[in-house]
Ligand binder design. Sequence first.
Ligand SMILES: Cc1cc2nc3c(=O)[nH]c(=O)nc-3n(C[C@H](O)[C@H](O)[C@H](O)COP(=O)(O)OP(=O)(O)OC[C@H]3O[C@@H](n4cnc5c(N)ncnc54)[C@H](O)[C@@H]3O)c2cc1C
Length: 377
Amino acid sequence: MPKFDTIVIGAGAMGSAAAYHAAKSGQRVLLLEQFEIDHQRGSSYGYSRIIRYVYDYPIYIRLAQLAYPQWRELEAEVDENLMVTADGVTFSPPDDHDYTATLATMREMEIPLEEITPEELVYRYPQFRVPPEMSVFLQAETAVLRASRCVRAHVRLAERHGAVVKENTPVTQILPNAQGVEVVTATETYSAARLIITAGGWMRALMGSLGIDLPLVPIAAQENYFIPENPGEYEIGRFPVFLAHLKHEFGYMMYGLPSIDGSGVKIGLHGADPLDPDGDRIPDRAQIGKAQAFGEKYLNGAVKTHKQSRVCIYTMTPDEHFIIDQHPEYAHVVFASPCSGHGFKFSNVIGQLLAELAVSGQSSFDISFFRLSSPKK
Ligand SMILES: Cc1cc2nc3c(=O)[nH]c(=O)nc-3n(C[C@H](O)[C@H](O)[C@H](O)COP(=O)(O)OP(=O)(O)OC[C@H]3O[C@@H](n4cnc5c(N)ncnc54)[C@H](O)[C@@H]3O)c2cc1C
């Protein structure tokens, strides 16, 4: 039976980063992925993901403080540009609870931000059409990560550090024991001293087989891309990332990203209905309609032509905080669901923490907030 120090299940954003960090620290690593690397059925594929300090919980700001420099280090190692600074706009009706809590937390954490009026916003970014009663702030370090390139970079570097990567290799059974673990696939059974499980929308089923029922619900998050009337105005560098607290109007918070690498401008809803991760992925016309309605009301000429929509998975926890923990009986089995639609930006740091946890049971950043036993205040 082929033997490794660490096996990682799932090569999305989290698993690819965990494999990279484990391999870089000298572990003999096996990374198993049920589909091909950078496939479209999980959560991590695509042109772009937001990275921001804009959060209402200090722990995510602390993670972002680690993540930003670590993405730059990865860029240097892989010799590729992965993160592009874009500026970030947040707006909401006055007295919105999430908006106010975000401002308070960012101030407490001394994150620079600029409160401006809607008129000033329109002066700086004429692409917006925001009513005068809205509250607005800017956070200049908000950036866009080239998502698929990040995943591929982690996989490529993991291999460079000696990891074995097996695509199209679904794990069918996990057999932990006191010393390690056996991982069964259709063609081979592998053994290792430790296991990291980062299976995205498939986590609940996989962890259920180990006696742990995770409170996870995969939902059909949809990316909608549009070609604007004047495409140049919506390119990265000209148009910022935005978060719009308009749940009362659209059912969910709205967000958007500038066009990057020919993507078109992206507009999405931060929420959707549950989906079966193995089922069909047919874009929802109603979500496209809401993105279009948002664009017509709050932007100028952004949504002239619908280019494409793609259904991706948000794996949601009830409180939208991440789950990162160890198996109660087998501490060398570490598992993580850092999604709820906002995990990508931290995947480099979380990968490192998972590798540390698997090897020593300790991590350089306190993850107790993310353990299943945490009361999550
Ligand atoms: C539309 C959309 C927009 C988003 N926007 C942002 C954003 O702007 N900023 C941000 O920070 N985050 C964002 N997120 C969230 C972020 O992308 C996710 O948190 C992150 O990608 C989760 O990565 P993952 O590795 O946990 O899951 P995945 O990428 O799904 O990876 C899990 C992998 O495990 C594999 N797998 C499952 N079961 C098995 C098995 N039995 N054997 C082998 N392999 C298996 C799967 O095939 C998959 O490749 C967004 C997500 C979506 C969908």
